[in-house]
Ligand binder design. Sequence first.
Ligand code: GDP
Ligand code: MN
Length: 399
Amino acid sequence: MDIHEYQAKEVLARFGVAVPDGALAYSPEQAAYRARELGGERWVVKAQVHAGGRGKAGGVKVCDSDSEIHAASEAMFGMRLVTHQTGPQGKGVYRVYVEGAVPIAREIYLGLVLDRSSQRVMIVASAEGGMEIEEISARKPDSIVRAVVEPAVGLRDFQCRQIAFKLGIEAGMVQQMVRTLQGCYRAFTELDATMVEVNPLVLTEDHRVIALDAKMTLDDNALFRHPQISELRDKSQEDPRESRASDRGLNYVGLDGNIGCIVNGAGLAMATMDTIKLAGGEPANFLDIGGGATPERVAKAFRLVLSDKNVQAILVNIFAGINRCDWVAEGVVQAMRDIEIDLPVIVRLAGTNVEEGQKILAKSGLPIIRAKTLNEAANRAVEAWRNDASHDVTMRAAL
Ligand code: GDP
Ligand code: MN
């Protein structure tokens, strides 16, 4: 789960990281009012969306007066902010954050990630932070500073000092840097984050170290341990297909293709997507319906996959160990009867009670394409989708 910048800053501040004074607003009037409350002469208005790259897309504006704040936030509210991280559909802006402007002397990049190859939390930093970080990491990969944290002892102060020295931070500010790194690391581990990113972490003209931007991703599987963090969820920022799925306990990731997949098990779902690609098709989604797939669950999965208008064929691939093929078959039949599905449905069943499952499908009288192997299933699905697509084209030509 991602959270907003202002939320991540609140969280990091609780762990001792310095952040600018700021306040949230839901309207341009409120934004101007909040700025007056904060005091000062210069403010920054920042669109709150779950994506970076706002600065270049018009989502961050430095303002010198009430009226500028009003105008800047008026332009942001209700717009869909398209940045290089949002995809072409962008993300809706429903909240803005107003902060007192900070006199920046230097911008540093700081990120904490879960590094899969070392199986450790890794700190990544660059002396050249700010908006061009992707470009810098591609152009000058050697300028990136990395440190791996040994979980048994945690992040040590000497490691923080080493990072600070490598970034060329002057001696007087090293202690603040240690405090910032330790704060980010504690927030990361105590809240089960998978990513904490501060870009830029700024050194100010008056020698302070301040997190000017903050991004945080939390591990969904650990959210149950942090009810207060779960409350920070903002569904307006999520892919509606994915939030609907997570509300129903299904593991779904939306993709751009047209063959919908209903599979049990994450590994099998990945293999199914690969096989569809090998057969020349494109999967519309990843969907793991999980172990005990009751007929109701299968029906829910069908509804979810069908809610994606790009789907032109559905491939059900079940390898039943704990599952039972007859239950899944019942689910498929029930779903196809309840929901009017006018798309080709290809079903491949294997494992426990497979004969019973096949019988249920055969007896249903529904136009289900049955396949014996995954390969066959993928080929039939791609074939069916191609026929369906060409049918669309002839229909369109006829109109
Ligand atoms: P992002 O583009 O979504 O990553 O948004 P950021 O919060 O990182 O802001 C983008 C850029 O705006 C930063 O790299 C800064 O250069 C600038 N910026 C943000 N806040 C301030 C501020 O308080 N003072 C000044 N002078 N610049 C700021
Ligand atoms: Mn940023």
